[in-house]
Design a protein around this ligand. Structure first.
Ligand code: HSE
Length: 368
């Protein structure tokens, strides 16, 4: 059996990945060795089979002995370790959740329900780096795969509503701490039947603006507010998250030399781990709505077309409904007042599953 080194399994994406791999019995298909940056020699996690103690993640000789390395350790680890392995002519496969190598010519961004052909060609061409994509991009492609596959998109915009988990575990904790602080401070007003709504409103905003409000991670309130900026600035006014929407999507579908224009605004909201997106899509031609819905539904096993009714939308098309599932609902599908070839849709997806862990465990199984 192939030897697979696993690094960064304890973090948020790593933990979700471990859960999924245990559920799907992946560990029966290879010999795992767990690496650690801080606890070498200690017991490896319980994954249902016997495994040796943890190995130092900076021990190059041990890494070189692996057939495949799967890392959720983050970009700095990739930056330091991948070149060292290449310098020693390591011939194994590197699977990675970090963005460091995504746009590299010698890397493939993996999302096999959408780009299995690109992946298969890369494997036969001897490409060794397989990298998980940006979560928003992967979730958009899972939702709209049918339109991309049928080459129907002239351009599109994605306006996002991104969850706290995209910024990390500490940010999720701080979001809940912000909610708790607001709730605690507001409770005397809420509990007093005589209080007026404007008293409640004043109480909440005063709490959010107070110097004691917890903002060490977000810098500003997110609970009861939003943050219209994700990641760092690019030179053209976009954020890096918005830039990824264009470059990564086109790389995933193998169209970097003839790219589909994609742009939008990426916004952080107070959901925990589901990213949502509202799309405006300029179609190449006027396709009837029922054909569009059929194409979307047929594209992969996880997308689910939600009827454009209030009942279905508020029940099935929300972070509250989708969190912890692999389903990617797409709804609010209709032609726009702008013209018959303008389509709008709304989609939700768990950014820790299809947005992070799932493409990694699937590429591991494909390589195995
Ligand atoms: N960059 C994403 C976000 C998460 O901040 O939501 C990782 O793809």
């Amino acid at each position: 059996m192939k030897k697979v080194g696993i690094v960064g399994w304890r973090g948020m994406v790593g933990s979700v990945l471990m859960e999924r791999m245990i559920t799907e019995n992946d560990f029966k298909r290879f010999t795992p060795l767990f690496f650690t940056t801080s606890q070498a020699g200690q017991q490896a996690p319980d994954v249902g089979i016997k495994t040796p103690p943890l190995v130092d993640a900076y021990d190059i000789d041990q890494l070189l002995d692996m057939d495949i390395i799967l890392s959720c350790q983050g970009g700095s680890y990739t930056e330091e370790i991948r070149p060292k392995l290449a310098a020693k002519n390591w011939d194994g496969y590197w699977i990675d959740a970090a963005s460091t190598l995504r746009m590299d010519d010698k890397s493939i961004i993996v999302l096999d329900p959408v780009n299995r052909k690109v992946i298969d060609n890369a494997l036969s061409d001897g490409i060794k780096n397989y990298i998980g994509g940006n979560c928003t991009v992967s979730l958009m492609l899972m939702a709209l795969g049918g339109l991309f596959e049928n080459n129907l998109i002239e351009w599109l915009t994605s306006m996002t509503y991104q969850a706290a988990s995209g910024a990390g575990a500490k940010n999720m904790e701080e979001l809940v701490a912000q909610m708790q602080t607001i709730g605690n401070m507001a409770s005397p007003v809420l509990e007093n039947p005589a209080s007026a709504i404007l008293d409640l409103d004043k109480n909440v905003i005063e709490t959010m603006r107070s110097n004691d409000f917890p903002v060490q991670n977000w810098a500003v309130p997110l609970a009861a507010s939003l943050i219209p900026w994700i990641d760092r600035a690019m030179d053209n006014g976009q954020t890096r998250e918005e830039w990824k929407g264009f470059v990564e999507t086109n790389k995933i579908i193998g169209r970097s030399d003839n790219p589909i224009p994609i742009d939008g605004q990426c916004v952080r909201i107070g959901s925990m781990r589901c990213h949502s997106q509202a799309f405006t899509i300029k179609l190449k031609k006027n396709v009837p709505l029922n054909e569009i819905q059929a194409m979307l539904a047929e594209n992969n096993d996880w997308v689910k077309v939600v009827p454009n009714s209030k009942e279905d939308s508020i029940k099935d098309l929300t972070p509250a409904a989708v969190t912890g599932t692999l389903t990617v609902p797409v709804g609010r599908i209709r032609k726009m007042n702008l013209g018959d070839d303008y389509l709008t849709a709304f989609s939700v997806g768990d950014q820790l599953l299809w947005g992070a862990a799932e493409p990694l465990r699937r590429i591991l199984n494909i390589i195995l």
